[in-house]
Ligand binder design. Structure first.
Ligand code: PLP
Length: 494
């Protein structure tokens, strides 16, 4: 057996990538990593002569070595097919003298689709030989829930239950979820906040009696969390594929280094860039762009990670995060696999809310990672200027990255700004950044006005929502969430 992965906190037990994907997190609370990362590089020459799907198969084959080429090809076909509204899947387009990597052409119009269209397929294959049915349970503040619903809908042997805070997601985000088709999906609004939803989902995962009742029926609960290697690995693909697109355009010579700037929350996206470099992609720098929740900017500058600070609600909500979970993997690699150090840093974070990384490891990190941040004012200004000066309409998350990238002087490399959501997903904030009044307008009115104002077109996945039927209208109190999951399992896996 190819046991490739072990925990960041202990190398004692190792598992296959299929086992790591089914488990999500290691039993000791660590994240699954491989010491063989980069030993088998991805061929740059092959990538430059291929499309997104073949590159995905190559990259996944390297990171998930116990999947066969046939298994992966099947997963790739299912994940990156006609549900994408771009032939290229993740096209690269000009952004002034830089480049925009558009990661939002999937079914839910945000970058989470790249991973969440693939993870269910990887789980479907991993389950064969295991046999248990998997119910994925997630709490969402808006975006991840829909991407998980769409990815898992109709995937054999799996189900998905999504909870969102009642009245606290945008009308478009709610419609995206409550119109979801599929016999294996369940959606419920919860009277409470996002934190209530998330805390209760955590409790549900630790409820042994519930787990025992479900086990009798052959069902196991799982999360589609961004720390799962099955979410991380697919994101490595677009770093390679965007590089290949630049080579084919003649913007980059094969082998020449490029810089990527990444709007960052949980550190999954930018960590995938680090993995790409380890697999042989010529990367000069990875710029970590944060919003007003700039805990990573401070960390990369000082070496101290300190979550004891005010939480800011911003117009780039998917980056409103104080604990960037995937950073633990970078700490593992930067400390050359020092599980003891990682364990003690994570214990400090849990107990004191702060930790400091030794200078030697920080030097390594700073050799590749740069950083910067943008507040909401900077973000709005960047949306406006990018539209005015470059004729490119960007969403607030992308604008954070563009603002940060613009602050760096040109370094002679081609620079790629990752674009993580369609501007139409955040029509109201984008419109108001363009100077339009939005008071009292609902999501569709904002979408229409944005089309009118800019002469661009809203993606059909979003504008088509107004014609769709509401299929999920459950609302419950926090105490009822466990019961909702159990009845969803009974219905889905009948
Ligand atoms: C999730 C998300 C991010 C942040 O990505 P991480 O992998 O959590 O760093 C940025 N932008 C959008 C639109 C997202 O949905």
């Amino acid at each position: 057996m190819n046991t490739f992965y072990h925990s960041t906190r202990s190398a004692a037990d190792s598992v296959t990538s299929k086992q790591a994907i089914l488990a999500g997190i290691a039993p000791d609370g660590g994240l699954y990593v491989s010491d063989e990362l980069g030993e088998k590089p991805v061929s740059l020459e092959a990538v430059c002569n291929r499309g997104f799907r073949e590159t995905a198969t190559d990259v996944l084959g390297t990171l998930l070595p116990d999947y066969t080429a046939d298994e992966l090809a099947g997963c790739v076909d299912a994940a990156y097919g006609a549900q994408w509204d771009s032939e290229a899947i993740c096209p690269v387009t000009p952004l002034g003298t830089d480049w925009l990597l558009e990661l939002y052409h999937g079914p839910t119009c945000a970058f989470k689709d790249v991973a969440l269209q693939m993870l269910p397929q990887l789980m479907r294959v991993a389950r064969v030989g295991d046999g248990r049915k998997i119910m994925v349970v997630t709490a969402t503040s808006g975006d991840t829930g829909k991407a998980a619903l769409d990815g898992f809908a109709g995937v054999e042997g799996t189900g998905v239950t999504v909870f969102y805070p009642h009245g606290k997601v945008s009308d478009i985000q709610r419609l995206q979820m409550v119109t979801q088709l599929g016999g294996n999906v369940a959606v419920c609004a919860v009277r409470g906040t996002f934190d209530d939803c998330q805390d209760e989902v955590k409790r549900i995962f630790s409820d042994r009696e519930l787990a025992a009742r479900l086990a009798e029926k052959g069902v196991v609960l799982s999360s589609a969390n961004s720390i799962n290697v099955g979410r991380l690995a697919p994101q490595v693909t677009y770093y390679f594929d965007s590089y290949a697109q630049l080579v084919r355009r003649g913007a980059v010579r094969m082998g020449e280094e490029v810089t990527f700037c990444v709007p960052t929350g949980n550190f999954g996206d930018v960590l995938a860039g680090y993995y790409a470099k380890r697999l042989g992609l010529p990367v000069r720098r990875l710029i970590v762009a944060s919003n007003a929740n700039n805990v990573l900017t401070d960390f990369l500058t000082t070496g101290t990670y300190d979550r004891r600070r005010d939480f800011h609600k911003t117009i780039s909500p998917s980056m409103d995060i104080l604990v960037s979970s995937n950073l633990e993997r970078l700490l593992y690699f930067a400390s050359e696999g020092d599980c003891e150090l990682v364990s003690s840093l994570m214990a400090d974070l849990a107990e004191k809310g702060v930790y400091t990384v030794p200078e030697r490891a920080m030097d390594k990190i700073r050799g590749l990672f740069a950083c910067g941040c943008a507040d909401d004012g900077d973000t709005r200004e960047t949306i406006l200027n990018t539209w005015r000066e470059l004729d490119v309409l960007i969403d607030p998350h992308t604008a954070v990255a563009k603002h940060v990238l613009d602050a760096f002087p040109a370094d002679g490399t081609e620079r790629v700004c990752l674009s993580t959501a369609s501007p139409y997903k955040f029509s109201s904030d984008v419109l108001s950044a363009l100077g339009e009044a939005v008071d009292g307008m609902n999501g569709f009115a904002c979408m229409d006005t944005l089309e009118h104002r800019t002469g661009t077109t809203a993606p059909a996945q979003l504008s088509g929502l107004r014609a769709e039927r509401v299929l999920h209208d459950d609302v419950c109190d926090r105490e009822r969430m466990g019961g909702f999951v159990e009845s969803a399992c009974a219905r889905v896996f009948l």
